[in-house]
Design a protein around this ligand. Sequence first.
Ligand SMILES: Cc1cc2nc3c(=O)[nH]c(=O)nc-3n(C[C@H](O)[C@H](O)[C@H](O)COP(=O)(O)OP(=O)(O)OC[C@H]3O[C@@H](n4cnc5c(N)ncnc54)[C@H](O)[C@@H]3O)c2cc1C
Length: 362
Amino acid sequence: MSSTLHTKVAIIGSGPAAHTAAIYLSRAELQPILYEGMMAGGTAPGGQLTTTTEVENYPGFPAGITGPDLMDAMKAQSEKFGTKIFTETITRLDLQSKPFRLWREYDDGEGDAPAHTADAVIIATGANARRLDLKGEETYWQNGISACAVCDGAVPIFRNKHLVVIGGGDSAAEEALFLTKYGSKVTVLVRKDKLRASKAMANRLLSHEKVEVKFNTEGVEVLGENKPRGLMTQLRVKNNQTGEEETLDANGLFYAVGHDPATSLVKGQLDLDEEGYLKTQPGTSYTSLPGVFAAGDVQDKRYRQAITSAGSGCIAALEAEKYLAELEGPDETTSPEQDSEVKKGNLDGADNAPEYRSNPLL
Ligand SMILES: Cc1cc2nc3c(=O)[nH]c(=O)nc-3n(C[C@H](O)[C@H](O)[C@H](O)COP(=O)(O)OP(=O)(O)OC[C@H]3O[C@@H](n4cnc5c(N)ncnc54)[C@H](O)[C@@H]3O)c2cc1C
């Protein structure tokens, strides 16, 4: 006999998007389940914020809050309203079947039976900022090294200091220009002999008085204070054409070398963009498949913030809740024509976006 459990809605992920969706859905008494992962993609349950110290830009915490404390609070709030959380990673997802089928990493010995089936799924598996594995990176990660200038640029250790950005694309240019507000000087290391950034962005970067761009240059080693929680003070760099090395005095190093969205689960089942991010209809959480919703960094390569992830988690929950209600049968707020569109799966299109103002959750 199979031990597969059924749920109306399953959430995969454990960052701000997943927990916000869980809070809304559990308050709507839909008894969501949430798979928070067990070091999925190398990230602890709680997501990317578990890898940082102070979060100063999440509203409601004027004195700041640590990333792990913020995520613990979100998890507690999800559980408080009845979300059932599994500390396991989903390794396989079948979105072709109805209900959808989810397998977890360690199966329970029931052949190929999935752990759960679900009428709706919210994908909130996030993304991971790429690292460079430079010597000294582990020691000075978050003690000078960051993968998010917008998140960390304003903290005191970077004020009026020489900061270095690694990367040559639009994000690197944007991050470097952002850092000019805080640093005394910003050096951008570009591996190639030209920037990949758009012309306009490249021009802004190259003409900025505080910015120096070093082409054909790579980071080699991060050096710094030799004490617990010591800060970085220098970066050794190398010209990849001449092999020449030099040591820069620098107190900040920002990686802008891209992110890897965690979409391997849905590759081939849902539409992804050219960089592997889940495609959603602008302003909604709708993926290419009705009943599957996406929220957070897994579908957002532009803003990548805790608050924007939380906001999109809220959207996904409201859209999933509406989808489930409409699956269950016609209600008085939809016309028979709209209802049959839902049953056919035609929930896409901004014109079909459900109206939430009458939603009792709001
Ligand atoms: C070092 C650092 C500092 C940051 N600082 C700030 C800041 O100060 N302010 C701010 O607003 N933003 C900050 N950010 C960005 C912020 O952390 C992200 O935008 C936000 O966490 C994205 O949330 P998310 O819900 O999309 O998922 P994520 O936080 O990416 O979490 C996704 C989770 O899903 C899990 N998962 C993945 N696959 C599976 C699976 N198959 N099964 C189960 N679980 C799975 C992962 O393990 C992960 O725990 C920072 C990011 C980093 C890396």
